[in-house]
Design a binder for this molecule. Structure first.
Ligand code: PHE
Ligand code: FE
Length: 296
């Protein structure tokens, strides 16, 4: 870790007794996991590991293998950090859950990835409304072994600090970029359309829907297009944006966003399901089953 977290207090939470630091960081309380917790990990792991070959991109699958995420039971962050330390220099830090934006950005900018240490209950295998260990670790961490994606995540953290200083509209534009890439991104490979978004690979239902369903749009990635598109947090996505490569994503996001934020402020954002004349459309969704209430 580049800076030692300052211990501020101990917290008695409904998940047990853990020290909390100003950075939101805790020790992963590995000994506190129950047999049930380990079984939930194993069940979710097995399910996704069987489903994802031919669906997730190779970089993601390689990362899962390299980390040994299926060795049995909940992985120890310290073991995963050895692998990360030898490759891209990222470090996992355990947290209680979602962090304030500026704290989250600061972690990413310093190549620390916050991972919720607790795991969902057996009755929540298919859905829960906040990110848990399975989403954060299985979903996000494998791609941190890819050098370009690893650099993208750090650049995003730095960009986040900047957007935070500019204001809430800029932050919303940047959050949409994260949503449609890091969380729900698809990638067009020589072998076909593949998943790289963490929100998809950690969900059985969306791993199938995002590639196989006729409902959603699949549209070529464009920076301003994505930053001006609202999204849904309560249903599968109405639109997935497709990159050609991680290099493309990294290069597209390299320019200074300050003038883009200023420009987008003058424009009305697109609805989640909109298809524009200027879009490069891979598939146009048939909109079946779409909610009609407002997007975020
Ligand atoms: N280039 C962006 C900026 O100037 C920073 C950024 C990089 C944001 C990569 C997201 C992803 O704000
Ligand atoms: Fe996530």
């Amino acid at each position: 870790m580049s800076s030692t977290p300052r211990r501020v207090e101990h917290h008695q939470t409904d998940r047990g007794y853990v020290p909390v630091y100003a950075t939101g960081v805790v020790e992963q309380p590995w000994a506190q996991y129950s047999q049930t917790d380990h079984q939930v990990w194993d069940t979710l792991y097995k399910r996704q590991r069987e489903l994802l070959p031919g669906r997730a991109c190779q970089e993601f699958l390689d990362g899962v293998e390299r980390f040994g995420l299926g060795d049995g039971g909940i992985p120890k962050f310290a073991d995963l950090n050895k692998v990360l330390g030898e490759t891209t220099g990222w470090e996992l830090v355990a947290v209680e859950g979602l962090l304030p934006d500026e704290v989250f950005f600061d972690h990413l900018a310093h190549r620390r990835f916050p991972v919720s240490w607790w795991i969902r209950k057996p009755e929540q295998l298919d859905y829960l409304s906040e990110p848990d260990l399975f989403h954060d670790l299985f979903g996000h961490v494998p791609l941190l072994l890819n050098p370009i994606f690893a650099d993208y995540m750090q650049a995003y953290g730095r960009g986040g600090m900047k957007a935070f200083a500019i204001g809430p509209e800029a932050l919303m534009n940047l959050t949409r970029l994260y949503w449609y890439t890091v969380e729900f991104g698809l990638i067009n490979t020589k072998d076909g359309m593949r998943i790289y978004g963490a929100g998809i690979v950690s969900s059985k239902g969306e791993s199938i829907y995002s590639l196989d369903s006729a409902s959603p749009n699949r549209i070529g990635f464009g920076l301003e297009r994505v930053m001006s598109t609202r999204y849904r947090i309560d249903t599968y996505q109405q639109t997935y944006f497709v990159i050609d490569s991680f290099e493309q994503l990294f290069e597209a996001t390299r320019p200074d966003f300050t003038p883009i934020y200023a420009k987008l402020r003058e424009e009305v954002p697109h609805a989640a399901g909109d298809v524009l004349d200027s879009d490069r459309v891979f598939t146009r969704g048939n909109r079946e089953g779409w909610a009609t209430n407002a997007d975020t």
